[in-house]
Design a protein around this ligand. Structure first.
Ligand code: B12
Length: 233
């Protein structure tokens, strides 16, 4: 499985930052596998204190660590119970560091984020955190079914929709959401992300989405682009 690349190291500060993140990643991985919650929390707290921003910690530490653990499970080196426990500890650590609802949000278009017919919650949580840290206010619908999601979007007048799915079966349900919105005459950007869309680069088009992103930073970039497009229209 492909790993995310380290951050570019064009100058000594970047090189030091990349080394700091690589070290945090190693320590985070070790803490998770020892099921050591307090060490996991210490690693991320220290990375924040060292000046690594939330996007860098998301993409340079948390996400690649879980991917490594997933790859080791696929290769038979770890049990599913270990994937379950480590991801649970990662989620708790993130919740303790960034309690839900604590980020200040000032930009107020109606942006909704949902985990569609799937229980892999970590990616959505990180996307929400990063968007809030970038100043966006988010309607977080949590885990929803396709029909329920369409109804919520129509009721809330959502302007940009973000969907996270980690299983192919769930990713295919995006088609039902997009069709439901079109049938209701609601044409809004639908941005999708998660493992199936990274594994198959054409899947987002096949399910009728408007765009896909591979990371939480991509989510911010795409939301910004769609809002700018709307302003200029
Ligand atoms: C951890 C994990 C679990 C944990 C989930 C814990 C939790 N609360 O989230 C547990 C152990 C519970 C689990 C269970 C299962 N899992 Co699982 N799991 C994983 C694993 C190893 C890592 C996922 C993760 O948390 N990554 C870290 C987060 C931060 O990354 P992320 O979610 O990808 O999100 C990032 C980006 O994708 C992006 N992003 C995410 N959403 C969005 C949205 C938008 C709009 C944008 C722009 C970006 C974006 O930004 C995020 C931050 O960088 C993946 C392997 C993988 N490579 O993804 C398998 C994986 C997703 N699981 C898989 C499977 C099959 C299952 C099970 C069915 C296993 C089983 N036999 O029981 C169950 C089903 C659970 C369910 N019903 O939903 C498969 C899915 C394959 C498929 N084709 O459908 C995978 C791909 C493993 C594999 N290769 O087989 N899993």
């Amino acid at each position: 499985m492909q790993q995310r690349q380290d951050f570019p190291t064009s100058n000594p500060h970047d090189a030091a930052a990349a080394e700091g993140l690589a070290s945090a990643r190693r320590l985070f991985y070790a803490a998770l596998l020892r099921l050591d919650r307090s060490a996991a929390l210490d690693v991320l707290s220290q990375a924040l204190a060292a000046g690594h921003g939330l996007p860098a910690i998301t993409e340079g530490c948390i996400a690649p660590t879980l991917e490594t653990i997933g790859s080791e499970w696929e290769m038979g080196h770890l049990a599913l119970s270990q994937v379950f426990m480590t991801s649970r500890i990662a989620e708790d650590t993130i919740d303790r560091l960034f309690p839900p609802g604590d980020a200040s949000a000032s930009i107020q278009p109606r942006i909704a984020l949902a985990l569609l017919e799937d229980y892999h919650a970590l990616g959505k949580r990180l996307v929400a955190l990063n968007l809030k840290a970038a100043g966006y206010s988010i309607l977080d619908y949590g885990h929803v079914q396709a029909q329920e999601l369409v109804e919520k979007i129509l009721a809330d007048g959502v302007e940009v929709l973000l969907i996270s799915t980690l299983m192919l079966r769930s990713a295919l349900q995006v088609r039902r959401v997009c069709d439901g919105l079109i049938q209701a005459g609601r044409h809004i950007p639908v941005i999708v992300g998660g493992a199936p869309f990274r594994f198959d680069p054409d899947l987002w088009r096949e399910v009728g989405a408007t765009a896909t992103g591979a990371s939480a930073s991509d989510a911010i970039r795409l939301v910004q682009a769609f809002l700018e497009q709307r302003r200029d229209a």
